[in-house]
Design a protein around this ligand. Structure first.
Ligand SMILES: Nc1nc2c(ncn2[C@@H]2O[C@H](COP(=O)(O)OP(=O)(O)OP(=O)(O)O)[C@@H](O)[C@H]2O)c(=O)[nH]1
Length: 515
């Protein structure tokens, strides 16, 4: 059942990655304990880039033409053989390599679900089909990738051919499929779409009904608002509004992470209404809620999915532990529950637990997942996942990435590479670059946005961990400064703890007004 969703379209400017990744060095540091070393030995391409420390390798040096040109040609569709639960799918990337004359044996795509295998149109016969079990890993290839070669007794693979100069390393990936299907697709709140939905699935992912949302938001932001309102009440008890109280209020609002701009808006409005008169805490809270709403309204937007892309690619980036993987799971639940065909890519190849965590989310949300080995090239994985999502006609591909500190130049360069590689398959991809921000980080989040925006072209934000933080005001400062859309906010670790961002609800919850 193909359904058309034609809704209001929002387009968000996608800034090109800045060439000055070194700016990240100026960024405020998080705990050194959180740093994670990139296994560069596995990534000679990246290592090469690192030597050019001043900026990324010029795309001109990269020969993606053969790959891009070969990709849509049906004759080059990957030959596949399904063997029990395992099937080998040499990727079209590898086909392109073969076309270009690679010396490498094709890499393997492991398919651990026969249903998913059935969903892909596989050529029946091909001499290059080699069961994955019949291959043995040999020395890493010139691109640092694992090369799989047939072992004795295995069918002969096609004659290998030379390797083109490609940037994204082919990687051995695993596709785990859960047949996501649905009854009645209803686009979840917080999303808008343009383009058509892929054939609707038959099974709906049950997403728990949310509790009273505003109540939860108020509970989550209770520490932020009670701290603020207590201080405001103390400030204005038996005092008229004069320059001193205005200055004290401004300081207080800045300390609450709201940012200078919003603090001044609030004090200016208050002064224009009540200068020289008695002021109550309620007066200040009301004006605060109004002014914060004005700041937040322009950024509270739905996440628009352009389904004409098939898939709409969402790259999720951010500092370690900000909630990327969890947020991906929550987003997948919403989308899958609405009948969209979702594929996840486990691009955090540095942390085994992150890959496993995403697989669990895929299972829970009935999403497909493409994963690879620990330490593999993340850009290669992203590329493979994009191709696989195209083959499977996924509506949305959500790519997880390893958390990285914004001052780690080499890791930021790797992120830049992922963006660049995706752009080789579709110049508009990634269509959405979502950054997760941990509300408990406070002011550091401002800096994180600046750096990730420059490097990865972040064009949308999700703030997590707004449950229980006293620093929720930072979202206001970020909105005032960066003016990037804020699509959702996270208020817990559960599958339904992600809500569309509503300006007035958030403002009232912070100011402690309204029901
Ligand atoms: N309370 C709360 N916890 C959250 C929220 N979102 C994520 N978490 C928790 O934060 C922790 C880190 O979340 P992850 O999703 O692993 O973060 P990540 O950014 O993928 O982490 P790295 O892979 O290390 O970069 C986990 O314990 C999550 O359950 C939220 O909205 N509220």
């Amino acid at each position: 059942m193909a359904l058309d969703f034609i809704k209001k379209v929002f387009t968000f400017g996608k800034s090109k990655p800045a060439e000055d990744a070194a700016r990240a060095d100026e960024a405020a540091l998080l705990s050194p304990d959180e740093t994670r070393d990139l296994p560069q030995a596995l990534d000679p391409v990246l290592a090469e880039e690192m030597e050019t420390a001043g900026g990324p390798v010029d795309d001109e040096e990269l020969d993606f033409e053969a790959i891009s040109a070969a990709e849509p040609d049906p004759a080059l569709l990957p030959p596949v053989e399904v063997i029990g639960d395992l099937g080998l799918i040499p990727l079209s990337l590898l086909e392109a390599e073969a076309e270009a004359g690679t010396q490498e044996a094709p890499l393997a795509f492991e398919q651990t679900d026969t249903e998913a295998a059935d969903a892909i149109a596989f050529p029946a016969d091909d001499a290059s089909r080699v069961p994955i079990d019949d291959r043995a890993a040999s020395e890493p290839g010139p691109l640092g990738e694992t090369i799989l070669e047939p072992v004795a007794g295995a069918p002969e693979a096609e004659a290998p051919s030379p390797v083109p100069n490609i940037e994204a390393e082919p990687v051995e990936t695993e596709v785990v499929s859960s047949e996501a299907t649905m009854a009645e697709p209803i686009l979840p709140k917080g999303f808008a779409t343009t383009g058509a939905l892929t054939d609707a699935p038959d099974e709906v992912v049950a997403v728990q009904q949310k509790r009273n949302w505003f109540q939860r938001l108020r509970e989550g932001l209770a520490r932020t608002s009670s701290q603020l309102s207590g201080q405001i009440t103390a400030l204005f008890t038996k005092r008229k509004l004069d320059d001193d109280t205005l200055q004290d209020l401004e300081d207080l609002l800045i300390q609450a992470d709201l940012g200078m701009e919003t603090a001044l808006r609030i004090t200016d409005t208050l002064a224009s209404e009540r200068y020289g008169r008695d002021v109550s805490g309620e007066d200040v809270s009301r004006i605060m809620a109004d002014e914060i709403t004005k700041v937040l309204t322009p950024v509270a937007k739905p996440l628009t999915l352009d389904l004409s892309h098939k898939p709409h690619v969402i790259l999720v980036v951010g500092v370690n532990g900000t909630g990327k993987t969890t947020t991906i799971g929550k987003l997948a639940a919403k989308l899958s529950g609405a009948g969209l065909k979702v594929m996840l890519a486990a691009g955090d190849t540095f942390r085994a637990a992150a890959i496993e965590q995403l697989k669990i989310w895929a299972e829970r949300t009935k999403s497909h997942i493409v994963a690879t080995k620990l330490g593999a090239d993340a850009a290669g994985l992203a590329y493979e996942a994009f191709e696989e999502a195209r083959r499977q006609k996924s509506d949305v591909l959500i790519i997880d990435t390893a958390g990285r500190l914004q001052n780690r130049t080499e890791l930021m360069a790797e992120l830049e590479k992922i963006v660049r590689v995706l752009g080789k398959l579709d110049p508009d991809a990634p269509h959405t670059v979502l950054q997760t921000l941990d509300a408990t980080t406070g002011q550091n989040a401002l800096n994180q946005v600046e750096i990730f925006r420059n490097v990865a072209g972040v064009n949308g934000l999700i703030m997590t961990k707004l449950d229980g933080t006293a620093r929720g005001g930072i979202l206001v400062a970020i909105s005032a400064k960066h003016k990037l859309p804020v699509y959702f906010i996270g208020v817990g670790e559960g599958i339904d703890d992600l809500e569309p961002f509503e300006a007035s609800d958030f403002a009232r919850a912070i100011a402690g007004t309204g029901a």
